[in-house]
Design a protein. Structure first.
Length: 246
């Protein structure tokens, strides 16, 4: 079973269309690969799952650029964050796989307390460093032995094989996490609009824990009302899906 939550660019007139397309395309992609994915989940092949789901996510979101051209809008506007939860239909398999890109939340309610399962991503400062010689560093004027380097030998320089264009904006990092569920757990997959107050307001987290700690899921109307509990200072759109483990 695939659970997907997507959100478009805030303030965009086409945000809802991009989000719907993202969910539709990842659903089709996972559906076509469901046999292999189910096998990898049961066998615990974490590396294969991560790389495979990364490819499926990239391809699905890549289609948004083509769709943007069809609609005559900028691709930077017609995009979406996509967060998914993959569950095996085998009741004996308790592995739950989260994957996607973009902000939001993944929480687990266990023994009456919330656990934040959001995968950590490296800080940009941790994956950058000083330039490497030949790739952005200044060319030295002399060797360590003191010999001066002659850079202009009067030889015409041919055209570069590379087209130097401004680099594209950094892509959102891919997020992945596999965890084992227990009977009685509740998994909450949500947009940033709900994740932020759950993380920032202890009163909301406590109230939701009290309402959802039972073995049975609430009805649809009650669940929707619960996710819309008002918290001062948080007014963004909330999208959420929860899974109660039997």
């Amino acid at each position: 079973m695939l659970v997907a939550v997507a959100g478009g660019i805030r303030g965009s007139d086409t945000a809802h269309l991009a989000a719907a397309d993202a969910c539709r395309w990842i659903g089709r992609a996972v559906g076509r690969s469901h046999a292999r994915l189910a096998e990898d989940i049961r066998a615990g092949r974490r590396g294969d799952l991560k790389s495979g789901l990364h490819r499926l996510t990239d391809r699905s979101l890549g289609k948004l650029r083509a769709r943007a051209a069809e609609l005559g809008v900028e691709p930077e506007v017609y995009t979406a964050g996509l967060r998914c939860l993959l569950l095996s239909a085998d009741p004996a398999c308790r592995t739950r796989v989260f994957f996607g890109v973009g902000g939001g939340g993944l929480f687990r309610l266990r023994d009456g307390a919330w656990q934040d399962l959001e995968p950590s991503v490296p800080d940009r400062a941790d994956v950058t460093g000083a330039p490497v010689v030949g790739f952005g560093s200044a060319v030295p004027e002399a060797t360590p032995e003191g010999d001066r380097l002659t850079m202009d030998l009067g030889i015409p320089t041919g055209p570069s094989p590379y087209i130097e264009t401004p680099p594209p904006p950094a892509a959102e990092p891919f997020r992945f996490r596999a965890s084992v569920a227990r009977p009685g757990d509740t998994l909450l997959l949500c947009s940033q609009g709900l994740a932020a107050p759950v993380r920032g307001e202890a009163a909301l987290a406590k109230e939701l824990a009290e309402r959802w700690r039972g073995p049975k899921a609430p009805g649809m109307a009650q669940f929707l009302a619960d996710t819309q509990l008002r918290v001062k200072g948080y007014a963004d759109d909330r999208t959420a899906v929860a899974v109660w483990e039997a």
